[in-house]
Ligand binder design. Structure first.
Ligand code: NDP
Ligand code: PYC
Length: 345
């Protein structure tokens, strides 16, 4: 593999799929997992791009994910749909449930997809964008594993618990935000450790509960929520809605099951889809037109919309005909392709 050459996205997708298939994944799981990894890399989201592949292989090797699990959908005709991921990756489970979720949200105005027992290592925006592409607004949330101290505490208890929202737009890419409720995603800390960089203040505590900017100490201690008590409360809400409410693991239970943060956690996920025109029915103005007034006003102040950086990165990748992997990334991928599960500890 030539690190200097531009690698077409289709070639990266095929390579990641090949690595996952060699590691034991079913074609369905390999395809779905590779799609989120390639999308992350395409959009300049390094913390959830090809870097995550090693974690997937480690999790397969540790027997903590079933890469051949076949998800199944339960639908009682109500607003709550459920996909049993059966210990497999979240990707194939989401891909099974998303079209039914969209159909139900259009029929009822609002519908929820519960995914149970899935290994979730990825960003949430790829899922939210599937729904905005179908003209729906969407919210996605899930726990992760206990690495974040609640505000005022010093011990890991909450997860980095991501929250993503999407709003469809007719003439522009959707409005999408997607962030960890911790000061940063844990992947961001790991990438800074690898690069020999320090962390901004306010991201983490060391094992004794003192503030630290050292990634090693942060990984051994506790991360902090973003925005103090507000991020702490949002992370707790996610534990409740996408953990206890859906009968699945909290972040503390996910870590206990997993035994190590170097593996991808298994828990549940909650995805809500809304049909904005159903909610606005009978009220003045079209919700999509009114949303554009708000976005224009934000941009009019010189502010940017969330995901704007990401969509710019995507456009650049597509215009370049693919990605230029670093020599280190190319070597890592080649090693995984050649050695399979033996490439990871
Ligand atoms: P960031 O803090 O990097 O970014 C969060 C969001 O804010 C993005 O939508 C980003 O858009 C937007 N944003 C950033 N700067 C600005 C700005 N100046 N103005 C407007 N919007 C802005 O994200 P995190 O590190 O918190 O999370 C990264 C990823 O990690 C997420 O995709 C999340 O889903 C994932 N994650 C997954 C977990 C899991 O368990 N599966 C756990 C934790 C995190 P843009 O991208 O355009 O910069
Ligand atoms: O980056 O915090 C993170 C994370 C945890 C699980 C998947 N990503």
């Amino acid at each position: 593999m030539n690190a200097e050459a531009v690698m077409p996205l289709e070639a990266l997708q095929a390579l990641v799929e090949e690595i996952l298939r060699k590691a034991g994944a079913s074609p369905q799981a390999a395809g779905a997992v590779a799609r989120t990894i390639v999308a992350g890399e395409r959009d300049g989201c390094a913390s959830h791009g090809v870097y995550r592949l090693e974690g997937c292989l480690r999790t397969i090797k540790a027997g903590k994910v079933d890469p051949r699990a076949e998800p199944s959908l339960s639908d009682d005709g109500s607003a709550v749909l459920r996909v049993a991921a059966k210990g497999g990756f979240s990707g194939p489970a989401f891909e099974l449930g998303a079209p039914v979720l969209a159909e139900r949200a259009r029929k009822l105005g609002l519908a929820a997809l519960v995914v149970n027992d899935c290994t979730h290592f990825s960003a949430l925006w790829p899922e939210v964008e599937v729904l905005t592409d179908m003209g729906l607004a969407a919210l996605a949330l899930c726990p992760s594993y206990a690495v974040v101290a609640p505000t005022g505490g010093i011990s890991p208890l909450l997860g980095t618990n991501p929250l993503a929202f999407g709003w469809p737009r007719r003439e522009a890419p959707p409005y999408v935000f997607d962030f960890a409720t911790s000061a940063a995603a844990r992947g961001e800390i790991e990438l800074r450790r690898r690069a020999g960089e320090t962390l901004p203040e306010g991201w983490a505590l060391d094992a004794e509960g003192a503030p630290t900017t050292d990634p090693e100490q942060a990984l051994a201690g506790a991360m902090l929520p973003f925005g103090g008590h507000k991020g702490s409360a949002l992370a707790t809400m996610i534990e409740l809605l996408a953990g206890t409410m859906i009968g699945d693991r909290t972040s503390a239970e996910a870590l206990e099951h997993l035994g190590a943060t170097s593996l991808a956690p298994q828990h549940g996920e909650l995805i809500l889809a809304f049909d904005p025109e159903r909610f606005a029915a009978g009220r003045p103005g079209n919700p999509f037109d009114r949303a554009e007034i708000l976005f224009d006003a934000i941009l009019g102040q010189g502010a940017r919309l969330p995901s704007q950086r990401r969509f710019t990165a995507r456009a650049k990748t597509l215009a370049a005909g693919g990605l230029r992997l670093s020599a280190q990334e190319a070597a890592r991928l080649e090693r995984m392709r050649a050695l399979g599960l033996a490439a990871v500890d």
